[in-house]
Design a protein around this ligand. Structure first.
Ligand SMILES: Nc1ncnc2c1ncn2[C@@H]1O[C@H](COP(=O)(O)OP(=O)(O)O)[C@@H](O)[C@H]1O
Ligand SMILES: Cc1ncc(COP(=O)(O)O)c(N)n1
Length: 513
């Protein structure tokens, strides 16, 4: 019996790399074309080496061209010299020279899993393997971990008449398994009746619970469109067994996929003979064809959506006068006091984001933000503003409104919404600051304040915050996305109102100064 297949590539994550060595079908239903679709539909990365070019369609085979075997060898080496191969599926080989070439290559490369579909005669009755090559093919069987003959092919390998009953197929498959020391997937596709069973047959009894036959039941679908089912089945098996390592689970999964793909064959309308199966029908119906938007795209939309708010920020008298250096000193000091008051609660909201973060990386990021807000920034403010002035300044309505919005988000405890709410204090602040710092010069009365906007660490934090919020939007369901945007938009409006307040709200009677 051929070597056991454990997981061939346990270190590698990502799709298994599966090579199909087979002939072509320009109508896309059988051969290499079917194999690549089947590998992809079952989660693998498909590669293909062509043994023979076949001029065929759904009605039958017109002619076969077998390129020189030296070129076949070059194709095989081109793949194995470069790519780690997790599994090989072998289909149509054409003639004895091709079989010898593939056999030698297999002996050198020893792929961890080889599934051989001993293609001899197409559904249409045309020969796909020269009669004199059958002996050479027998030599290849023991190199395979699994062979998938249909009933007529099984009979040729057994050198017996074709079985006409399912128990007869299983007995013949056992004899073939014993004779060639190989696992056989016996297929019931060519029988009549309501069922289309398959079975994994292993004469050496190495299947779970020392079984020699494990059956996989299946309903027969009434359709003429089964061109390429054998090709598709073997390529899918190579993929799933390589990926899973659990033979029985992999076969059961492939059988379900194949039945589903045959069920949808009639909807394809490819050709007038025996049409192909619909390899991606299940994926299309379950996953659809929509591409997934990148995280950054969502936030680009958000940024566009708050364009009016951003425009207001850039034309505020406070921002213009701060940049020009003409800002009234009292207004500036009042702004700093409000900022200090704001930062105390902002820090608490960032701490809440840290508490709820789904990854240690995000947890650390928001915790650092909370620390930065309360420690570093307050320290900076103290250089401009005595601590008692902060305490003696009552919070303005704009400050209260902004802080309440953030604290409410924190109280509701939804991580995605909290980080959307705190984002404008990074993003808009950074955006306004970038314009302000450009106006700084050594004689500027607010030069040392404006320079704080040039802080590269804050710029990096802003990019990270945008990244985390973007990822959270991408992961979120539509309702959560809507709540996130609402929290972001409202916080953006509060952020701008906060910049407007020193010149607009400070002097309004009734507002504390
Ligand atoms: N009409 C059908 N309904 C459901 N499954 C089928 C049908 N025809 C074939 N199959 C399945 O397709 C696979 C290929 O079967 P088969 O026709 O025996 O091989 P081949 O395509 O090599 O001649 C098997 O898993 C078989 O059970
Ligand atoms: C290149 C190539 N390989 C295999 C088959 C068998 O197809 P089917 O699975 O319908 O018997 C085919 N028609 N062409």
């Amino acid at each position: 019996m051929s070597a056991e297949v454990s997981n061939p590539n346990p270190e590698a994550s990502g799709p298994v790399r599966v090579l199909s060595i087979a002939g072509t079908d320009p109508t896309g239903g059988a051969g290499i074309q079917a194999d690549l679709k089947s590998i992809a539909a079952n989660g693998g990365f498909g590669m293909a080496v062509v043994t023979a070019l076949v001029a065929q369609n759904t009605r039958g085979v017109r002619s076969v061209h077998v390129p020189p075997v030296a070129f076949l060898r070059e194709q095989l080496d081109a793949v194995s010299d470069d790519v780690v191969i997790d599994a090989v599926k072998i289909g149509m080989l054409g003639d004895a020279e091709v079989i010898d070439t593939v056999t030698r290559w297999l002996d050198e490369v020893r792929p961890p899993l080889v599934v051989l579909d001993p293609v001899m005669i197409a559904t249409s009755g045309d020969r796909l393997l020269a009669a004199e090559a059958e002996t050479a093919l027998r030599g290849l069987l023991s190199r395979a971990h699994l062979i998938t003959p249909n009933i007529p092919e099984l009979a040729i390998l057994a050198e017996e008449p074709a079985a006409t009953t399912w128990p007869g197929v299983l007995e013949q498959a056992l004899r073939v398994s014993e004779r060639y020391a190989v696992r056989v997937l016996a297929k019931g596709g060519h029988l009549e009746g309501a069922h289309a069973p398959d079975a994994l047959v292993d004469a050496s009894g190495t299947l779970p619970e020392r079984a020699r036959v494990v059956e996989f039941s299946g309903v027969r679908i009434h359709t003429e469109n089964t061109h390429g089912t054998g090709c598709s089945l073997s390529a899918a098996l190579a993929t799933r067994i390589a990926a899973d390592g659990d033979w029985l689970a992999a076969i059961a999964e492939v059988k379900r996929w194949l039945t589903e793909s045959i069920t949808h064959a009639d909807s394809l309308h490819v050709g007038e003979g025996h049409g192909p199966i619909s390899h991606f029908a299940g994926l299309w119906s379950r996953g659809g064809l929509a591409t997934e938007r990148a995280a950054g795209e969502y936030l680009e939309d958000w940024w566009q959506a708050i364009a009016p708010i951003r425009h207001r920020a850039n034309t505020l008298p406070f921002v213009e006068q701060l940049g020009a250096g003409t800002l009234d000193r009292d207004a500036f000091t009042w702004y700093l006091a409000q900022d200090a008051l704001y930062l105390r609660d902002y820090s608490r909201v960032l701490a809440e984001a840290s508490k709820l973060a789904p990854t240690p990386e995000e947890q650390a990021f928001w915790a650092a933000g909370a620390n930065g807000a309360i420690a570093a920034e307050l320290q900076l403010h103290q250089g401009w503003l005595p601590e008692d002035e902060v305490f003696s300044t009552p919070p303005a309505p704009t400050t209260i409104a902004y802080v309440d919005h953030l604290l409410a988000a924190a109280a509701r405890g939804e991580y995605a919404v909290i980080i959307a709410a705190v984002l404008p204090c990074y993003w808009l602040y950074q955006d306004i600051g970038t314009r302000l710092v450009a106006q700084s010069h050594p004689e500027h009365p607010y030069a040392s304040w404006l320079e704080t906007y040039a802080d590269e660490v804050f710029a990096r934090s802003t990019r990270s915050a945008i990244g985390y919020v973007g990822e959270a939007v991408r992961r979120a369901d539509p309702e959560t996305r809507a709540r996130m945007f609402e929290a972001f938009e409202r916080a953006s409006a509060h952020e701008v109102a906060f910049f407007a307040a020193p010149l607009e709200a400070r002097a309004v009677p009734g507002h504390a100064e």
